[in-house]
Design a binder for this molecule. Structure first.
Ligand SMILES: C[S@@+](CC[C@H](N)C(=O)[O-])C[C@H]1O[C@@H](n2cnc3c(N)ncnc32)[C@H](O)[C@@H]1O
Length: 274
């Protein structure tokens, strides 16, 4: 796609913010998707020039998300609430869940118009997977939304996904712990929370540079320590192996973990609500 080109025309009526790099589209480009524009690709190239690992970080997080969803389906979960779902990019939650059971239901939530606009287009025709444009922090709005009420039954276990979401929350003025506890309180026993976040743990200067560069986007990142992430999982029993780097969580083969899993820069965990 090119900004203002024919693909942009395809989304007439949708506000796609083509005048500045957009984190959701940049993420899509890094993952090999096609829902991005020249202005996004240019900014990604700048990031990759200083942080060549950024692409791997995104891919490894996405592979983890896929394994976490598959794990949920193996535990019998058929309902997913994906908060901060981003662009409808490669290997989406509903593709994985509905690939296991076509009856699986997914509600995607994102507060960014661009991600919502693209998701609505991609999900058109799938009546068991829908997108809501909402702030995940407005828990009552998300849970009370007609789409959530139609697709998800909170009397039954649900897997809540917060993949690469909480590092969008500054610890200074927004504590995701309150938001998480409010979702936890409405979940039935047997539900799960799958969460990943950029971390300061075992990281060099890269993560500091990434956080600095991200200040030029509409979505600065705030990496967290393992203890901070453990605090966010309060009230959930951590599924083995606990809070680990994305490649270490239920790898499909030892080679997938590699020699230095910490280079992923992202810690991930899945918790069970007893
Ligand atoms: C790095 S992307 C992660 C996308 C996807 N979850 C993944 O792991 O591939 C973070 C997403 O969270 C969304 N986001 C950030 N804060 C949010 C909030 N308060 N409510 C809803 N979405 C939010 C952003 O718009 C962005 O699409």
């Amino acid at each position: 796609m090119t900004a203002g080109g024919s693909e942009a025309g395809k989304f007439a009526g949708k506000d796609l913010e083509l005048d500045k790099p957009n984190p959701a589209r940049m993420y899509d480009y890094v993952l090999g998707g096609e829902l991005n524009y020249a202005i996004d690709r240019q900014f990604v190239s700048e990031i990759l020039a200083t942080m060549p690992r950024a692409r791997d970080t995104a891919l490894l997080n996405r592979y983890w998300l896929r394994r976490a969803v598959r794990y949920g389906t193996q535990q019998g979960i058929r309902q997913f609430l994906d908060l901060g779902s981003g662009m409808p990019t490669v290997g989406q939650v509903h593709e994985i869940a509905q690939g296991v059971d076509p009856a699986a239901r997914v509600v995607y939530v994102d507060n960014e118009r661009v991600a919502v606009a693209h998701s609505e287009i991609v999900l058109d025709g799938n009546d068991r997977a829908e997108m809501i444009g909402a702030d995940a922090e407005r828990v009552d709005e998300v849970l009370g939304h007609p789409t959530t009420r139609r697709l998800l039954d909170f009397g039954q276990p649900v897997m809540v996904l917060m993949s690469a979401l909480v590092h969008c929350f500054s610890p200074v003025d927004r504590n995701p712990a309150t938001m998480i506890s409010r979702y936890r309180n409405v979940l039935a026993s047997g539900s799960y929370l799958a969460l990943s976040s950029f971390t300061t743990e075992q990281q060099g200067d890269d993560i500091v540079r990434a956080a600095e560069l991200s200040k030029d986007t509409s979505e600065p990142i705030h990496p967290r320590s393992r203890d901070e992430i453990r605090g966010l999982m309060a009230g959930f029993e951590l599924v083995d192996p606990g809070i680990v780097f994305t490649p270490e969580w239920h790898p499909e083969s030892p080679e997938d973990v590699g020699e230095e899993p910490e280079l992923s820069g992202v810690l991930a965990a899945v918790g069970y609500k007893p």
